[in-house]
Design a protein around this ligand. Structure first.
Ligand code: IPE
Ligand code: IPE
Ligand code: MG
Length: 261
């Protein structure tokens, strides 16, 4: 048994494969301390490092972190450039560790809006870690679920136009292969910190059958104990995918491939 699971009292067979987190509440956390919002984002990066390492250690296959939304571009210029600076710093500082921890790095979202030097850092790290075999760390950046779905639709229409795909061939699995998250396991756990009860345009397609968790603590206060508590709660949930409680979900069940999604 995985020593980390044992240490934290987690059942490795009942853990989610893919966890998505809306890391919310940095600004309010900082304001409460009478500090600038960027102080909160800075503290938030430390939690990213801890939760990523912990997720890899306990055997989570994919972790998707919402770092900056399509809508966040509308924030004051000072905050946007501060966040982009933090991102640069994070990638430069963490590249080596991400690679050495066998993590596969990926950014999802609208890359066209990112500056060229950031894009360069991202592409380099994606390529460098592409042959790794451990956890997928997927950072949602300049990301919105609507935008992602529209990009997928455009890719499919282009395939139809050149005769590569017939309209009748369009199914869930073709659609998923055109999303930014192509190839990742189905999202089974959604967490949002800071006590907000909304999805804010995060992984709209992928959320179809995810278990939802709303954590009152703001992201800078989200620690391993809180994460473990939610993971244990996930282990206790009965997932049914439309079946009755008496029906057994086959262990190899794949919600989208069974046509249930
Ligand atoms: C989440 O924290 C991080 C980003 C959106 C970049 P917020 O910045 O939204 O913090 P609050 O919600 O205003 O407290
Ligand atoms: C969602 O948080 C985006 C990220 C955490 C990166 P927001 O703070 O932007 O969401 P709203 O505006 O409160 O819905
Ligand atoms: Mg917020």
């Amino acid at each position: 048994m995985n020593e980390y699971c044992k240490k934290w009292g987690l059942d490795p067979n009942k853990l989610p494969k893919h966890v998505g987190i809306v890391m919310d509440g940095n600004g309010r956390w900082a304001s409460q301390k009478k500090r600038p919002r960027l102080f909160g984002h800075n503290e938030g990066v430390k939690r990213v490092e801890e939760i990523t390492e912990f997720s890899g250690n306990i055997g989570i296959e994919a972790l998707t972190l919402f770092a900056f939304s399509d809508e966040n571009w509308r924030r004051p210029e000072e905050e946007v450039s501060g966040l982009m600076g933090l991102l640069r710093w994070f990638i430069r500082k963490e590249s080596k560790r991400i690679f050495e921890n066998n993590v596969r790095f990926r950014v999802i979202g609208d890359r066209q809006k990112l500056s060229l030097d950031i894009l360069d850092l991202i592409v380099n790290l994606e390529q460098k870690t592409s042959s790794n075999t451990g956890m997928h760390l997927c950072v949602a950046l300049s990301y919105g679920g609507h935008g992602e779905i529209l990009r997928a639709v455009k890719k499919i229409v282009a395939k139809v136009e050149v005769g590569e795909v017939f309209v009748n061939d369009i199914d869930s699995s073709l659609f998923e292969s055109c999303l930014d998250t192509a190839g990742l396991p189905a999202l089974d756990m959604f967490i949002r910190t800071s006590g907000e009860f909304r999805v804010s345009n995060f992984l709209l397609w992928q959320l179809a059958y995810a278990e939802m968790f709303f954590e009152p603590a703001p992201w800078p206060d989200f620690n391993m104990e809180k994460y473990v508590h939610l993971l244990n709660e996930f282990s206790c949930r009965q997932r049914r995918f439309g079946l009755t409680p008496e029906q057994k979900i086959p262990p190899t069940f794949n919600a989208s491939k069974c046509g249930l999604l």
